[in-house]
Write a new protein. Structure first.
Lengths: 382, 130
């Protein structure tokens, strides 16, 4: 049975049915993203000053992806125009360009942006003294002169109360040091290399390195069974602590380069040791790790990568960008379908029907672009 | 967009519009990015920086909707107009419910005053018996 297709505009709506349908669908999408946007804004303005960790985003990558989506929005319109001009070759050329741009967007997100966050850690400290010890090791004894400004920029440009505060009032233990774990020292003093990803996929890397004293305290009350090898046997939902599991006494940590943007400046005055670390996030020092700092287990209050559980910001960041990425993926699948031979047969049989399909796909794709136009400044800049 | 445009219209009128909108989008992105790198949030304050960034985003979004999504030609149609109108009203309402209801709460950089209801009488104290 063949479903009849009406390409004429209805007198009551002024649209052909497919177009009316996609607009209604897009309206429901506005509701969906609108709810998430409003939730994000509420959390943002209600956050305690200095706790919104958005300064950790790589704005260059975000800007690059924005330009990629803009380009894809223009190319999909060009594809539709080519169909209007009965130019099939031109249509395929612009349509493929759109698909390629869409893939680039997803590749950047899935192979770089998210994995990089899952292997990037924050360390907070148990006491101000233990934090001062590590920061002195990393930045030299004068670190307090520059650090408040860096923390302020990293976490919230609006946090002014600590900008001019005397050093004695800065709560160092709550100021995280960010970087990558490159190894650990066990109870017998042996060093173990773990590499950037420890040989395991990025999504489990973060959870393999969890450590949170508050949760440990909670778990202490519960009975923990130990296996024959002496390792804890974790039940479903049991909090996993790598430090306990692997008997880790200290981690070997490379402070990150991304959020410490004053390092060259202060390196001139000789106060920043880790300026020796290279700039591409790798570890190219002669010992293979650049500048490293060893942080004892008892000094660590919390170790967390930039996973969703890191903070409210990252939870909403992954929700918003993940949902948007799913829309991009859906758009790619539809566009690939339009490039299959079966779609060519539709075009030959009824060019108007096919052209309308491309227009409807384009409307969806422009909506995906619109969402990102607002996501970029909200998540990466403000 | 209506189907009754001539091929000449697409070549001479519509394609230049595509380039124009593309340019607006690129320039808008660069302006927002550059403004952030220049630290407008610190210089102008959070609210002004937000208004600036959202204004640029609205201009970009309007260009996309007006030309790429064909509203220039279709906005007169009541289906789209009503749908968009209802959506915008609903969205603004939702935003107001969440953000507006927190109008007395602490804003970034401000003094915490969530429970400080200015103008309300001091709670009555119960005299203690001697």
């Amino acid at each position: 049975m063949e479903i009849p297709y009406y390409d004429k505009e209805r007198p009551d709506t002024g649209l052909y049915n497919g177009k009316a349908g996609i607009w209604l669908f897009l309206a429901s999408e506005v509701m969906l993203f609108g709810a998430l946007f409003s939730a994000y804004v509420l959390l943002r303005v209600g956050a305690e000053p200095g706790t919104w960790s958005m300064g950790l985003m790589n704005q260059w990558v975000g800007a690059f992806n924005t330009l990629i989506l803009i380009a894809s929005s223009a190319t999909i319109v060009m594809a539709w125009v080519c169909l209007k001009l009965n130019d099939w070759k031109g249509f395929r050329k612009w349509k493929w360009a759109t698909v390629v741009f869409a893939f680039i967007f997803l590749i950047v997100k899935w192979s770089y942006e998210w994995p990089a966050k899952f292997t990037h850690y924050d360390v907070t400290f148990v006491t101000n003294e233990s934090a001062a010890k590590v920061y002195t090791d990393v930045l030299g004894p004068e670190f307090l002169k520059t650090q408040p400004t860096i923390w302020q920029k990293r976490f919230d440009p609006l946090k002014k109360d600590e900008k001019n505060a005397p050093a004695s009032q800065v709560k160092l233990k709550d100021k995280p040091l960010d970087g990558h774990i490159v190894g650990y020292i066990d109870s017998e003093g042996a060093k173990h290399e773990v590499g950037a990803a420890w040989g395991i996929p990025f999504w489990s890397h973060a959870f393999a390195w969890r450590h949170d004293r508050k949760n440990i305290e909670k778990e202490r009350d519960k009975s923990i069974r130990y296996g024959e090898d002496g390792r804890p046997v974790y039940k479903e939902g049991h909090f996993r602590d790598t430090f306990r599991d692997k008997d880790i006494k200290a981690i070997i940590f490379v402070p990150a380069h991304g959020t410490w943007d004053h390092k060259e400046k202060h390196a001139d005055s000789g106060t920043v040791k880790y300026a020796e670390a290279n700039h591409d996030g790798g570890h190219a020092h002669s010992d293979g790790h650049g500048y490293t700092v060893t942080i004892a287990r008892e000094d660590i209050s919390r170790l967390s990568s930039y996973e969703p559980a890191h903070s409210t910001f990252f939870a909403t960041y992954y929700t918003l960008t993940g949902l948007h990425a799913l829309h991009v993926l859906g758009g790619i699948l539809v566009m690939l379908y339009h490039l299959l031979p079966v779609s060519r047969r539709v075009y030959e049989k009824n060019p108007v029907q096919y052209t309308n399909r491309i227009e409807i796909t384009g409307l969806f794709w422009h909506f995906v672009d619109l969402v990102w136009i607002f996501l970029f400044p909200i998540l990466y800049l403000l | 967009m209506s189907n009754d445009h001539s091929p000449e219209y697409y070549k001479k009128k519509f394609i230049p519009l595509i380039y124009l909108v593309g340019s607006i989008l690129i320039v808008g992105t660069i302006i927002t990015f550059a403004a952030d790198k220049m630290g407008i949030a610190e210089k102008w304050g959070f609210i002004n920086a937000t208004i600036f960034a959202m204004s640029v985003a609205v201009v970009k979004a309007s260009a996309v909707m007006y030309i790429f999504m064909h509203l220039k030609w279709d906005i007169k149609l009541k289906t789209i107009s009503l749908t968009l109108g209802c959506t915008v009203i609903f969205f603004i309402g939702m935003m107001w419910l969440t953000v507006g209801s927190e109008i007395d709460s602490n804003k970034p950089g401000h003094e915490e005053n969530t429970w400080n209801h200015v103008g309300q009488p001091e709670p009555e104290t119960v005299p203690t018996e001697r």
